[in-house]
Design a protein around this ligand. Structure first.
Ligand code: FDA
Length: 309
């Protein structure tokens, strides 16, 4: 209950312009509090952090922050940015793996242009690239799955999707994408949803995550389990052992700056761990979702601010 309240509170603050301005003043400068969760505002910041993380044995997916762009021109500019990013990653010897949001590529304004933008990224990325399509609010689940399926059926195999355990519909969606062979990242879900579409109680979300993890580990080629929750991770490890799945046949994924201790201990135990590394100047909504997930993060920010003052 408290979890849901805190999440709702922070998600509603994510739209606050005065708060965004205040956070911008302090959050992103060198050593600023937002730097814990976001590499910086520029691609160079992200590449520098990427080098450190890969040096520590972590795998990466890079994200250029932004969602719900204001116009189709902004969506095209975002896609241009991703195309440049894929090229630069290759130049720097990084595997070009990115995570994108379809609302950033224009899904709200013009679905056909959004699809063209996504295809442009896949074409620009080369053979080694992989584009993970993040999942957003439940309003966008059908258009997102339909678009990814169309692209998959056209022969693109370097695209994957995200499913959210908190949605009641997800077992059906998982059956659909598993039947096609599309790679899945499973997460709990981060948006404000009505109780008629998503479990309102955390214990039910967790139970759904464990069930879906079992299905993925049994049926999918190479699933990605995105969670920082030690209980979810323990359940996944136990299920994989029981099924006899090798540790390199699936991966855990975590957000940059979150549970770095767990990331390191999973690596030590021989698991693959991928970090979602975001950068860009549109960082405020992403940052507020991280605050809503864990109220202790607010204390971390408050302490950083006091320290800076
Ligand atoms: P949960 O929120 O239950 O937290 C369990 C424990 O994890 C906490 O007690 C704490 O120890 C730790 N923890 C969790 N979040 C933390 C934080 N922000 N700071 C510090 N500690 C924290 N969502 C979505 O809707 N669509 C998407 O496409 C994605 N994509 C995605 C990619 C990756 C790589 C990750 C890791 C997550 C996502 N998410 C997402 C977000 C996801 O839905 C979810 O909101 C967060 O991962 C938090 O859920 P947990 O499973 O970590 O557990």
């Amino acid at each position: 209950m408290l979890d849901a309240l805190s999440r709702t509170f922070f998600l509603s603050l994510a739209g606050s312009e005065p708060l965004r301005r205040l956070a911008s003043r302090y959050g992103m400068r060198a050593g600023g509090f937002a730097r814990r969760f976001i590499a910086g505002e520029t691609l160079e910041d992200a590449l520098e952090t990427a080098r450190q993380l890969t040096g520590a044995g972590l795998l990466l997916t890079l994200n250029y922050l932004g969602e719900s762009v204001a116009s189709i021109e902004d969506a095209r500019r975002a896609a241009d940015g991703y195309v440049r990013m894929l090229g630069t990653m290759r130049e720097h010897g990084l595997t070009p793996r990115i995570s994108v949001k379809l609302t950033q590529l224009g899904l709200v304004h013009d679905p056909a242009a959004c699809e063209a933008n996504l295809r442009r990224l896949l074409d620009a990325g080369g053979d080694a690239c992989f584009v993970r399509v993040d999942m957003e609010h439940s309003t966008w689940v059908d258009p997102t799955l339909d678009l990814v399926e169309r692209i998959w059926r056209d022969g693109h195999r370097r695209v994957g999707v995200v499913l959210q355990a908190y949605l009641y519909r997800t077992p059906d969606d998982l059956a659909r994408v598993n039947a096609l062979g599309i790679g899945v990242r499973l997460c709990k879900g981060a948006y404000k949803e009505d109780r008629d579409v998503a479990y309102p109680v955390k214990a039910d979300v967790n139970a759904a995550f464990v069930d879906l993890t079992g299905t993925l580990l049994r049926d999918a080629d190479y699933p990605a389990l995105a969670t920082h929750d030690p209980h979810m991770i323990a359940a996944a490890r136990a299920a994989a052992d029981e099924i006899g799945r090798s540790r390199d046949s699936f991966e855990f994924q975590m957000l940059y700056g979150v549970r770095r201790d767990l990331q390191a201990s999973l690596l030590d135990d021989g698991y693959r761990v991928r970090v979602y590394l975001p950068h860009g100047d549109q960082w405020f909504p992403y940052f507020m979702r991280r605050m809503g997930e864990r109220p202790a993060n607010v204390l971390f920010v408050a302490r950083s601010l006091l320290h800076e003052r």
